[in-house]
Write a protein that binds this ligand. Structure first.
Ligand SMILES: Nc1ncnc2c1ncn2[C@@H]1O[C@H](COP(=O)(O)OP(=O)(O)OP(=O)(O)O)[C@@H](O)[C@H]1O
Length: 356
């Protein structure tokens, strides 16, 4: 397993990039821990696959270096980097049996047959494919084939990293959940360095120790699920993580007080907003309360989503989502209160800490 250093990596698909917007991947400079489980999360086109392909060696970055355990592998092929990959669609040998497909990566490296047998049986068990071990892969369904692909990715224990590119797309929803939990268990057991690309936040948050949120060719935050929820570094993270996402309201800030429209809201700290052009107050719908006391608000639609309700309200002429937990009443003429400790302040889209 390996620690992965991304050293000032940039990538442009076009020949002579001149402007920042020419780069599909803007500067990425990070270290990923040996044995970490990382999810690359972001919308379509944000650069996830580009970054994954740079790590795997399918793509040579326009600029920068990539290191595995301190060794520069930028010019090495995928095979020389010794990594396993699982793609969105199955990559298997149709004419081989399920067993032989799983054994292939091990036999290729001359692993003793007794060890091959032990590891293949473990993977067959994990993927629920034991009953069809002796069948040829050709006749299997798409999700069974994809389970073989996953198994082939997991069967070796000597790889530097395992890279997954939206591997569960073709798997049915229940099996998705099962495989995700098994991946997590395997990770705990064997400590593989895993990088998992997805645009599905549930998938990312349940799989990873660290979620790498990408937006417009940049990594905007690397954090635990709790950090992404409580302290989004960028407004995109606030908006993208959570359902509904964070509320953002344009504000003015003076010391420990923010003003939204004509209302003043107390802050827990004095944010260092400097000369920012746009200042926003961000608060998750879970930390907004509808009570008898507080600031004026207009209630719009109330959506009942089972264990809680989402209230679509208007605060100072701007939309405000509020999550009302089960068993909590909405008063007849409600006013709104913001949980001070849950307020984040953003200057030109980036979260700012306290002054001084
Ligand atoms: N081979 C290519 N040639 C030119 N541009 C490309 C190529 N591959 C990707 N791009 C562009 O680079 C940007 C990043 O694409 P990338 O596939 O890395 O994003 P992604 O986050 O993986 O998206 P998706 O979730 O849709 O796979 C996009 O604007 C895309 O159009």
């Amino acid at each position: 397993m390996a620690r992965i250093d991304l050293d000032h990596i940039r990538h442009a698909y076009g020949a002579k990039p001149t402007r920042e917007s020419d780069y599909a991947l803007k500067e990425v400079h990070h270290s990923w821990n040996d044995g970490g489980a990382y999810a690359l999360l972001g919308p379509s086109g944000c650069g996830k696959t580009t970054l994954l392909n740079i790590i795997s060696g399918l793509l040579h970055p326009s600029e920068g270096r990539i290191l595995f355990n301190g060794k520069d592998v930028t010019n090495l092929s995928t095979q020389e980097r010794n990594i396993a990959q699982v793609f969105q669609f199955p990559v298997i040998y149709d004419t081989m049996t399920v067993y032989d497909n799983l054994a292939f990566p091990l036999r290729n490296r001359h692993v003793p047959e007794a060890e091959v047998n032990r590891r293949v049986n473990e993977i067959l068990d994990m993927t629920g494919l034991s009953d069809m071990a002796r069948r040829r892969a050709r006749g299997l369904t798409a999700d069974q084939k994809q389970k073989i692909s996953l198994g082939r990715g997991l069967v070796r224990n000597d790889v530097n990293a395992i890279l997954f590119d939206e591997p569960l797309t073709v798997i049915d929803p229940h099996m998705k959940w099962v495989l995700r939990s098994q991946l997590k268990r395997l990770h705990r057991q064997f400590g593989f360095t895993m990088v998992y690309v997805t645009h599905d936040q549930t998938e990312a948050l349940t799989f990873a120790d660290k979620v790498v949120v990408m937006y417009d060719g940049q990594i905007v935050q690397i954090g635990t699920p709790a950090e992404l929820f409580e302290r989004p570094s960028h407004t995109f993270v606030g908006y993208f993580i959570g359902s509904p996402g964070m509320n953002f309201m344009e504000a003015r800030v003076d010391g420990t007080s923010a003003t939204v429209g004509s209302q003043s809201i107390a802050l827990a700290y004095a944010p260092a907003v400097g000369g920012a052009q746009k200042i926003e107050l961000g608060i998750r719908p879970e930390f907004v309360r509808l009570q008898r006391e507080g600031l004026p608000v207009r209630i719009g639609k109330v959506e009942d989503i089972g264990r809680q309700r989402i209230v679509r309200a208007e605060f100072e002429g701007k939309p405000l989502a509020v999550v009302v937990p089960e068993g909590m009443d909405i008063p007849a003429d409600p006013r709104v209160q913001f949980d001070t400790s849950a307020i984040n302040i953003y200057a030109d889209s980036w979260r700012v800490g306290s002054e001084g």
